[in-house]
Design a protein around this ligand. Structure first.
Ligand code: PLP
Length: 395
């Protein structure tokens, strides 16, 4: 039989089918570019590729990451973005973009636990000191400013007490003192709130959560002005915390339904919060749309009618009953994440705030009966009825 191959078997094994892609085929769905590098024709082509910021090496640039960069930049209304291997990588890169040794940081005291540890366990060692302040108290915040304060760091909605901060006022304060403001928008996403439009210099997102929404990818983003993102990109390339092609592809696919999902999740969250507030077995419900929420007026001004899909409830301090309640729930399951399509629970005492001394935790209002709920897209009545039937263990 005639051998049609031009090259030997082992060479054909490398090149057959490797160059069949057709750049003018315009596929309807984004293909996954699982390649570490992109070929160039010659040295002129290589230099042109550099100039055009084309694709050369995966860690520097990849079409799937670029697609997600464009998506995040447009959605957060920024000028450019970087896409990182996790929310934590995005947070660390964003912070390191704006601070250097000798600088001082003001950080909200109700942040995600591991973000707090970036300040206390890493930056502290490199002569970057952080003061933790209640960002809902502007007087306390103003009093804590030092001549070397370079960064104000907060989350749109604080975890797990669902506190709301005045992003506009804090951004003004930061800029008045030549400092930057970074906002973690993970709990809200750009579908509900855009911190850059309220004065933030950089917005970070754990795309792992509501943005991707399917609990199957870990990813993060930083978005802001071109000049800051250029610095962040340089850092990211050196530390290598870029999201891989498949993850970037999954997140851009998941995000296509963010608006639909989040609107349903927010509607469900509001309905659930109102129903649980009426239950005699729930001591306290924290959700920004409720009149009983401390920053309800501010939340209405900032978010209009979009209050996110995270809420916290306080039950009586009884571990046995809490276990019975959790086991009786048919829809909401415990999960060490949030923002997925199914309703999930988390217990801050054993997760985000497990390293905090009990007295400090209680001062923050996080009791042993505190449960955080990330609301999914289930039928609203099914969800409410499920919680109400499970609460009967407290009868
Ligand atoms: N920011 C917030 C508000 C979070 O809740 C989390 C994780 O739960 C993160 C950042 C970290 O994100 P990741 O797990 O994607 O690194």
């Amino acid at each position: 039989m005639e051998d049609n191959n031009v090259f030997s078997y082992e060479t054909e094994l490398l090149i057959s089918g490797a160059y069949t892609h057709n750049p003018v085929s315009h596929p309807e769905a984004m293909p996954i570019y699982l390649t570490t590098a992109f070929n160039v024709r010659d040295l002129d082509d290589l230099e042109e590729r550099y100039k055009q910021k084309g694709f050369c090496y995966n860690r520097n640039r990849n079409p799937n990451r670029t697609a997600l960069i464009e998506l995040m930049t447009n959605l957060e209304n920024g000028e450019d973005s970087i896409i990182c291997s996790s929310g934590m990588a995005a947070i660390f890169t964003a912070i390191m973009t704006v601070v250097e040794s000798g600088d001082h940081i003001l950080a909200d005291k109700t942040l995600y636990g591991e973000t707090i540890e970036i300040f206390t366990d890493i930056l502290n060692k490199y002569n970057i000191k952080t003061t933790f302040v209640d960002f809902t108290n502007l007087d306390e915040l103003t009093a804590a400013i030092r001549p070397n304060t370079k960064l104000f760091y907060t989350e749109t909605i604080g975890n797990p007490m669902i506190t709301v901060v005045d992003v506009d006022a804090i951004a003004n304060l930061a800029h008045l003192h030549n400092a930057y403001m970074i906002v973690d928008n993970t709990f809200m996403t750009s579908a509900a709130f855009k911190p850059l439009e309220h004065g933030a210099d950089l917005v970070v997102n754990s795309l792992t959560k509501f943005a991707n929404g399917h609990s199957d990818a870990v990813c993060g983003s930083v978005t802001g002005k071109i000049e800051l993102i250029k610095k962040a990109y340089h850092l990211q390339i050196l530390t290598g915390c870029t999201a891989d092609s498949f993850t970037s592809w999954l997140v851009q696919r998941g995000m296509r339904t963010l608006y639909l999902r989040l609107n349903k999740q927010m509607e469900n969250a509001k309905n659930l919060a109102e129903a649980l507030e009426k239950s005699p077995y729930v001591l306290k419900v924290r959700y920004p749309s409720l009149k009983s929420h401390k920053q309800n007026e501010l939340a209405k001004r900032l978010f209009k009618d979009k209050f996110g899909a995270m809420l916290t409830i306080e039950l009586i301090d009884d571990r046995r009953k809490m276990n019975m309640f959790m086991r009786k729930l048919k829809l909401a399951h415990y999960a060490m994440t949030l923002g997925g399509i199914r309703t999930t629970l988390s217990y801050p005492v054993l997760s985000s705030h497990s390293n905090m001394p009990e007295s400090e935790r209680l001062k923050m209002g996080i009791t042993n009966g505190t449960l955080r709920i990330s609301v999914g897209i289930e039928n609203s009545d099914d969800l409410i009825n499920d919680f109400l039937q499970a609460l009967t263990v407290y009868e």
